[in-house]
Design a protein. Sequence first.
Length: 459
Amino acid sequence: MTVQHTMSEELDLRLNQLVAEQESIFVGLQPRSRALRERAERYLAGGVTSSWQITTPQAIWMSLGVGSRIVDVDGNEYVDLHGGYGAGLAGHAHPAIVEAVRTQVARGTHFAQPTETAIEVAAELARRFGLPLWRFTNSGTEATMDAIHLMRAFTGRDLIIKVEGCYHGHHDSVQVSVMPDPPENGPADAPVGVLSSTGIPESIASQTLIVGYNDLDVLRRVLEAHEGQVAGMIIEPIMMNAGIITPEDGYLAGVKALLHAHGALLTFDEVKTGLTAGPSGAIGRVGVVPDLVCLAKAIGGGIASAAVGGSQEVMGFVAEGGYEMVGTFNGNPMAMAATKAMLTEVLTDETYRRLDALSLHAVEGITGTIEEYGLDAHVVSVGAKGCVVFQNEPVRDYRGFVGLDDRFNHAHWLLQLNGGVFLPPWGKMEQWLISAQHNEVDIDRLLHNFTSLARALTA
C-alpha cells in the first residue's frame, strides 16, 4: 500500500498534525527571528528583503555562515542545503573566494571600466560552455532580460516562446505562466498565457507565447501559427522551478531544430543549472549548445555575478552595436575576482568528483528509506542538486507537478529545519544544493531527518 495515492483520512489527519507540531517547534526555536520580523515590519515592506523570504510560519533571520554550516540569530546551527537557491555552490567563506574578494577590495571595488580578470573569466566560460563571446550582468533577471532583448533585436521579431512553469526572472516578458492555476492555463495542447504578477501590461505579456515542457508538437504548432514572427524561445534545459524535471531524449535537440527551421533563436536559462549540474552546466549534460546561455547564482561564489554567452553570430551583433548590452556594474571587479576564483580554484575536477559522490550518497540513502517505509515518492537529482517528489510517477511537465500535495514537502522542510538541516522553503518547487564544503556527516543528517519524516508518515 502506498502513502499518498490512498490518502486515507488517517493519513490526512496525521499529515496535518505533523505540520502543526513541527511549526510549533519551529517557532519555539526562533524567538529572536520573530522579534526581528516584528521590528522589520516598521521599515522593510512585508518585514523582509525579498517576497520569497515570506515563509510559513515565519522568516528565518541569519547571522553567520562558515563552510557547510549556517547559524541563525537564535544561535541554531544548520547544515546549509538551501544554498541561497543555488548561489552557494562554494559553501560559506570558502578560502579561495575570501582571498579573491579581500585582494580586490584593496585594489578597488568599482571602475565602470573593464579589467583583465573579465577576459580570463570569459575565456573559461567559453571553454566550458562552448560559446565564444560573453558579456556580464549582475543577476539572473538581468541576464535573461538581455537575452530576450537580444533575440528580438537580432531577428527583428517581437514574439518569444516560454515554457509553462519556468521562472526566468521578474522582468515583464517572462512574468507569464510561471505558476498558473488550473484551469486558467487552458488545455495542455493549447496553453494559455497567465500573468504571474501585478504591474505587467497585457500588451507586453501578449508577446509571450506558452508551450509545455517536453512537448515538441505544441511547439511546432505555435511556430507554424506565428510563422516569421517568433524571435526565439527561452527555456530551462532542466526545469528547476518545479522541483527538478528532466528533458526527455531528443527533446532539446528537437527544440533547437524547430526554432532554427523557423528562423528563431534558442536561449538556455542556466541560472540554476549553470555549474551546479556539472562543470559545463546542463549544456555539458544534454549535449545541445543553444544560441545564447544565461548564467548567474553559483558562478559568483556568493557574490552577485551573472553572464550571457552566445554564438559568434548572435553576440557579434552586440559587438557591432546592433544591441547595446549595458549596466554600470556589469563586469564589476569584485564580481569578476570571485567568479574567477570559483571557476579556477573552487570547482576543480576533484570538487566535482566529491559532489557526485555526496549526491549519490543522498539519493541512495533517501531512496532506501522510501523503499523501506513504502512511501509514494522518488528522488530526482542532477549534479549537486536534488529533490524528493512525493509520488511514484515521474513528472514530465508543469501540469504533472502542480497537483502534488504541498503538505508533504512542507512537513519535510520543517522536520529537516527542526533537525538541523536548512532546505529551501517552498520545498515542492525548490531543490537542495550540495556545496564544495559539504561532507558525508552533513548528508547523513539529511538522511536521518528524512527517516524521521518517513516514520512519522507511516506510524
